[in-house]
Design a binder for this molecule. Structure first.
Ligand SMILES: Nc1ncnc2c1ncn2[C@@H]1O[C@H](COP(=O)(O)OP(=O)(O)OP(=O)(O)O)[C@@H](O)[C@H]1O
Ligand SMILES: [Mg+2]
Length: 355
């Protein structure tokens, strides 16, 4: 018995959710294309779970419209939405064995018992748990319990599959493996999946697109590469990939480019609609080049801290534009703390950002 994806797209139009005086989600709009995996990423309390629960129908918007597969579901309860959710805590029934847990949700939808068991077995096969039918949840590892929870959601053939921090109870190595498995399954079945995490690396690894949230609003919505290369705000630049944020000046604009004054040097960068005058520049740690010699394109710097980490060295540098953090793969002759050096910049990894 096959598990078929009936993937649908999801759209939010100016959706707000208030809890008394708390605005948990504040007029957000986005569209999630069918068959894609989109991550809601942001710090604790920014509104990720509330957004996910509104897709599921476990929470109702105070304002706005929610569409799934083009159908207005704003006022529909969870049971009429064709959406299933994988929880952080797995939420397995402890007294039911694995196959009973996976088949549980199918009982509501009808079908004979043997059909339900066939489908549950197919779900377990997809998550790599063939042969575990009669184990109890207490007899499984954390990763295996998470797989059972994924299988249980999958067999319902939802039009949207939701994950709320599904890996946070697992250790780092297993987290990495499980996120790859979830991504493979999502792609293989062309599922529409919405995935909540506050881990930026996890988001970059699994997503077609990432919606970055901050304080109940959407800070930026883009592909992993767009967010990393072209963060819109200082918040996004810092939250994804950790950027050095420094002051600069937009001296003049010419077409899409601007001449930027950065301390004693000048750079050419896309102006991104920022006006001439003071501005903020995000510099990725790996866009900084260290050199012994001075050059017109380099800033003088002093090494404050050098930390050897095997494959690379982490440097903290003092410069006229402020402190810069960078990594360098040249581990053989590291610069010592106190050394006077010069820093240049790569052509990628620098972006003007809004505050
Ligand atoms: N049922 C509720 N009653 C009152 N306030 C709530 C309720 N649910 C959420 N909130 C508040 O809404 C805001 C957003 O909560 P939400 O759970 O969506 O955040 P989150 O991004 O999922 O955070 P975390 O990463 O910690 O899980 C928080 O300030 C939270 O305290
Ligand atoms: Mg949450």
């Amino acid at each position: 018995m096959k598990i078929a994806a009936r993937s649908a797209d999801v759209e939010f139009r100016d959706v707000t959710r208030r809890f008394g005086s708390v605005v948990a989600v504040d007029r957000i709009s986005f569209r999630i294309e069918s068959g894609t995996l989109v991550t809601l990423l942001g710090p604790s309390g920014c509104g990720k779970t509330t957004t996910l629960r509104m897709i599921a129908g476990l929470e109702m918007p105070s304002d706005g419209v929610i569409l799934i597969g083009g159908r207005d579901v704003t006022k529909l309860p969870a049971t009429e939405r064709d959406v299933s959710m994988v929880f952080q805590s797995y939420a397995l029934f402890p007294h039911m064995n694995v196959i009973e847990n996976v088949a549980y949700g199918l009982a509501v939808g009808g079908g004979s018992k043997s059909e339900r068991l066939d489908k549950a077995r197919e779900g377990l096969r997809l998550v790599g748990l063939t042969g575990y039918d009669t184990r109890l949840p207490s007899e499984l590892s954390g990763g295996q319990q998470q797989r059972v929870a994924v299988a249980r959601a999958l067999v319902l053939e939802p039009s949207v599959l939701l994950f709320d921090e599904p890996l946070s109870n697992l250790d780092a190595k297993l987290r990495r493996r499980m996120r790859e498995e979830i991504r493979e399954l999502q792609q293989k079945l062309s599922l529409t999946a919405v995935y909540v995490t506050h881990d930026q690396e996890e988001a970059l690894a699994v997503s077609d697109r990432i919606i970055v949230m901050s304080q109940a609003r959407i800070a930026q919505n883009g592909t992993p590469a767009e967010l990393y290369d072209w963060p819109a705000t200082t918040f996004v630049a810092d939250f994804i990939g950790g950027a050095n944020l420094v002051d600069c000046e937009v001296a003049a604009r010419d077409g899409a480019m601007a001449r930027i004054r950065l301390g004693s040097i000048e750079l050419q960068l896309p102006h991104r609609d920022l006006a001439a005058g003071k501005a903020r520049l995000a510099i990725r740690p790996n866009a900084i080049r260290l050199a012994r010699d001075a050059a017109p394109t380099r800033l003088p710097a002093t090494v404050r801290k050098a930390t050897y980490l095997g494959s690379h060295i982490e440097y903290t540098l003092d410069t006229a534009i402020g402190e810069l953090f960078t990594t360098d793969a040249a581990t053989e002759n590291p610069f010592a703390p106190g050394a006077g050096i010069h820093v240049g910049f790569a052509s990628r990894g620098l972006a003007l950002v809004r505050d």
